[in-house]
Design a protein around this ligand. Structure first.
Ligand code: UT7
Length: 312
């Protein structure tokens, strides 16, 4: 199996850190409750930064590390459910901010927390016919703009942030992926766009049950497609919604300690940004190197889910 090559990654987080302790002064909660139920200690919230500032920061970093100029990009996709505007898209705004060529294929896609992997798959397909052989795939969220800060069930869970990856055209690449969707507005819903103030509404228990079901099933399907076992993987990077979801799946699959990466303690749930942020952290700390087998799974609103087995 040779997966399409991700040449480089980048990330950009807002500077403001919001701790559980700070939130406990606004709603009836505590660091003890939030950390024990989710693994989250703090998250970042945008204050001065726009989503575009984050997206441009992460994308420039990824392009620099790939040794590419903006005019070499042929496809630019932004996965998000919290864009700066309903229109123009974040991808069009990035085209202007980065100086991408006008014939670059630029658009946003919304598959909630599975969005980055939908983006990788879409970019891979589009690169076959794009004007230039490099794609920028960005997961960017400013979820703080749609949080009801009086609802303790949701406001403690999410954070803002952005991760980006540069992918190279490789038409011979064969990679294992799984994708799914199950329309279910009752489990997670965010209103808008429109004049009504938007807020995240979530049936946490229903989403938890959905998540452990599809994450375990996706991993099993990818391992079967690859003809390998969980012990043959070097890393598993799941969407960082809740440490208990990841621990539950790791236990069910009898995974070795440390195989599943977790960073939600610092960022909370950043939806489409969580997987590229995690990948970038792993690369920068030297834990992810060429040739490694990395399995990644996203899941969330829609409901949607997606998984990919990558050879880094
Ligand atoms: O990225 C999209 C995907 N989203 C997810 O994957 C989320 C999946 N779901 C979850 O992670 C968990 O269900 C939550 C973390 C959202 C909630 O954990 P839970 O163990 O399912 O708690 P719960 O909703 O059943 O609430 C238990 C209790 C309730 O009190 P009562 O009714 O037992 O008296 C809640 O009112 O905890 C209460 N509670 C809180 N207490 C303190 C809910 N939120 C809070 C809070 N602080 N922030």
């Amino acid at each position: 199996m040779s997966a399409p090559k991700i040449l480089a990654t980048g990330r950009c987080l807002p500077s403001r850190v919001v701790t559980n302790e700070e939130l406990s002064r606004q709603v009836d909660t505590s660091d003890q409750w939030v950390f024990s139920r989710t693994g989250i200690h703090s998250r970042r919230f945008c204050t001065g930064e726009s989503g575009l500032d984050l997206a441009a920061g992460a994308a420039r970093q990824a392009l620099d590390r790939a040794g590419l100029k903006p005019e070499e990009v042929g496809v630019c996709l932004v996965a998000t459910f919290t864009p700066d505007y309903a229109s123009p898209s974040m991808a069009c705004l990035l085209q202007e901010r980065l100086g991408l060529k006008e014939d670059t294929l630029c658009f946003d896609l919304n598959a909630a927390c599975a969005g980055f992997l939908y983006g990788l798959k879409t970019a891979h397909a589009l690169l076959a016919e794009a004007a230039r052989p490099y794609a920028l795939v960005v997961g960017c969220e400013v979820i703080s703009r749609v949080l009801d800060m009086t609802d303790r069930n949701t406001c403690v869970l999410f954070g803002d942030g952005c991760g980006a990856a540069v992918m190279e055209r490789d038409e011979s690449a064969v990679w294992h992926t799984v994708f799914g969707s199950r329309g279910d507005p009752a489990s997670i819903m965010v209103e808008g766009p429109g004049p009504v103030p938007s807020a995240v509404h979530m049936d946490g228990k229903a989403v938890f049950r959905f998540a452990v079901e599809v994450v375990e099933a996706s991993i099993r399907q990818l391992l079967e497609a690859e003809g390998c076992s969980i012990d043959d993987l070097d890393l598993v990077v799941c969407h960082q919604a809740n440490a208990r979801i990841i621990d539950h799946v790791a236990r069910k699959l009898k995974a070795r300690e440390g195989l599943f990466y977790k960073n939600m303690a610092r960022y909370g749930n950043t939806s489409a940004a969580s997987i590229p942020i995690a990948l970038d952290e792993l690369v920068q700390e030297g834990s992810l190197s060429p040739g490694m087998r990395v399995l990644t799974v996203g899941f969330g609103g829609g409901l949607t889910w997606a998984g990919a087995l990558l050879r880094w």
